[in-house]
Design a protein around this ligand. Structure first.
Ligand code: CU
Length: 154
């Protein structure tokens, strides 16, 4: 195995991923987390009162953070759930590691909307507020996709 080539590839990859962000020397450990949310969506719910949301939070800083809660105008109650042994349960928070990411995806961790005030339909957008322990509030829009939508399966 050619260690030098692997390292060069790793550097090239991380450089292209951080181009849009600030330089990494300004956010040494102890700084504010730099979070970016991508790939957010909500499958059109089947039930009248319940829906799920999925997204990825990328942390491009040396400071870990936590997703502590989610709120939205469309539901009276929004929880964060993990899935264990095909059963979902509410959790207090999700960790977002330093220089890592949190993936909320089908079959795993997700946002759970309960007591929906209205049933979102494909093509609409649902606004949610993500609350982070250190980064504060980030608002995102979840486009409503077809019920079976799964970006991980082609
Ligand atoms: Cu759930």
């Amino acid at each position: 195995m050619n260690g030098r080539a692997t390292l060069a590839a790793a550097i090239a990859l991380s450089a292209s991923m951080t181009l849009a962000g600030c330089s990494s020397d300004s956010d040494a450990a102890g700084g504010k987390p730099e979070l970016k949310v991508s790939g957010a969506f909500m499958p059109e719910p089947v039930m009248d009162d319940m829906a799920a949301g999925f997204l990825t939070v990328e942390n491009s800083s040396g400071t870990a953070d936590k997703l502590t809660s989610v709120t939205s105008d469309i539901a009276d109650e929004v929880q964060i759930h993990e899935t264990k042994d095909q059963r979902m349960q509410e959790v207090e928070s999700f960790d977002i590691p330093a220089d890592g990411e949190l993936n909320l995806e089908r079959g795993g961790n997700h946002i759970m909307f309960l007591k929906l005030k209205q049933k979102p339909k494909q093509g609409e957008k649902v606004s949610v507020e993500l609350h982070f322990e250190k980064a504060g509030l980030i608002k995102v829009e979840l486009p409503v996709k077809e019920t079976t939508h799964n970006p991980k399966k082609q």
